[in-house]
Design a protein around this ligand. Structure first.
Ligand code: 1CP
Length: 353
């Protein structure tokens, strides 16, 4: 083969998600689901029961590849997402993280001094099992013509967990999210810089070990209520990571959950695709942005009957009929979801013409 032939072959073999993101192809209807490897699957719960320490589980390269592939053994998803967590970053930066049932994450106290004391070699070493797991998964035949998604939390969301040391859900008062501050304003800027640099390393390591798409989760973008603070903590840091990932030659999807201004986010950050949350009006967004869109369907819909699932899923498929669209939910799948309903949804999406 000469290089031209090889290139043709590569284009021919492009995965459905890449055809959508890179070639802006419509009606290929790729699908994967946020938190697709997790508690709604009995085969996951069985493993989880025997592995009470969640961080340790994420660092177990003998188990993580199998958990990552569990959903693909059941459903015709177009991607696997590495079983890990956005909070592996604070862990890599020396801040211990614990998960308790019914409470969620608890993080030890950190400081700029502690964060500065960790170098890249140490960080990579602490997280090396994650990269090893990606490497193992990337070689699995089940991923033929499918993607392997690596991910990170965005700097703002990571900063929130590092300072608040628990979920902002737990510190919510009178409908206003409040969160604890560990850092002064000057320190916050320093912390964001350190976090961003290590997120780049974390992205690079995931790509080097076989991730073919990167998703950036800014799950707590909604905590910032002014454009001025969003510029500083949401748009700018996301853009830096998007630019970096693009340079690595890998498509990057952003999920700025609850960001008020998706249009502005896309114009400034320019991700290859944007994942929308369930509060976004799909009809409106399609008029505002011209990049490929992912997601939107409320995860609660999967708790209802098949007729309702069909109606709601078709709504998204119809609206995005002429727009590059990756089917997904508007947030993570709920643990109480019946896997049969997921099967029903996947078949519905795949059969949609
Ligand atoms: O108790 C358990 O069994 C652990 C539950 C669990 C799971 C299955 C947690 C704890 N994390 C995960 C896996 C996970 N987390 C994945 C795996 C890949 C997949 O199948 O999708 C991913 C992508 C994440 C990302 C993640 N973790 C986010 C971003 C997405 C989102 O939900 O907005 C966030 C915010 C976290 C933090 C986190 N980890 C776990 C919990 C319960 C939480 C949320 C805490 C909170 O409410 O703030």
């Amino acid at each position: 083969y000469n290089t031209t032939n090889t290139k043709i072959l590569l284009i021919f073999n492009m995965s459905p998600i890449k055809e959508c993101i890179k070639k802006k192809k419509v009606n290929t209807n790729p699908i994967w689901i946020m938190r697709q490897a997790g508690r709604y699957l009995p085969e996951f719960r069985k493993i989880r029961k025997k592995n009470p320490d969640f961080i340790k589980l994420c660092l177990n390269k003998n188990i993580v590849p199998e958990i990552t592939l569990q959903p693909l053994r059941r459903f015709d998803f177009d991607a696997a997402i590495i079983f890990s967590d956005i909070l592996m970053l604070p862990y890599g930066l020396g801040q211990n993280v614990k998960f308790t049932k019914g409470f969620g994450p608890s993080l030890d106290k950190t400081s700029i001094k502690l964060m500065k004391s960790v170098n890249k070699v140490e960080f990579s070493k602490r997280l090396s099992p994650v990269y090893k797991s990606l490497n193992i998964v990337s070689k699995d035949k089940i991923l033929k013509n499918k993607d392997l998604i690596g991910f990170v939390g965005a700097p703002w969301t990571i900063l929130v967990y590092m300072q608040n040391r628990q979920s902002p859900k737990k510190t919510k008062a009178l409908n206003n999210f409040s969160f604890k501050k560990t850092f002064t304003q000057t320190e916050e800027i320093k912390a964001i810089k350190i976090i961003t640099n290590f997120l780049k390393l974390h992205i690079k390591k995931q790509v080097d070990n076989g991730a073919t798409v990167i998703q950036i989760f800014d799950s707590w973008a909604e905590l910032l209520r002014t454009e001025k603070t969003r510029e500083k903590f949401i748009y700018k840091p996301n853009k830096e990571l998007v630019d970096y990932t693009k340079k690595l030659g890998v498509p990057v999807i952003c999920f700025p959950r609850g960001v008020e201004n998706y249009k502005r986010f896309c114009n400034v950050v320019k991700p290859d695709a944007v994942s929308i949350d369930y509060n976004v009006n799909p009809k409106k967004i399609i008029k505002q942005i011209n990049i490929p869109v992912q997601g939107g369907l409320n995860p609660k819909v999967l708790l209802s009957d098949k007729n309702k699932i069909k109606k709601e899923a078709l709504k998204y498929l119809e609206i995005f009929k002429d727009h590059p669209y990756i089917f997904n939910l508007g947030h993570g799948i709920l643990p109480e979801t019946d896997p049969e309903k997921v099967k029903y949804l996947v078949n519905l999406v795949k059969d949609f013409k």
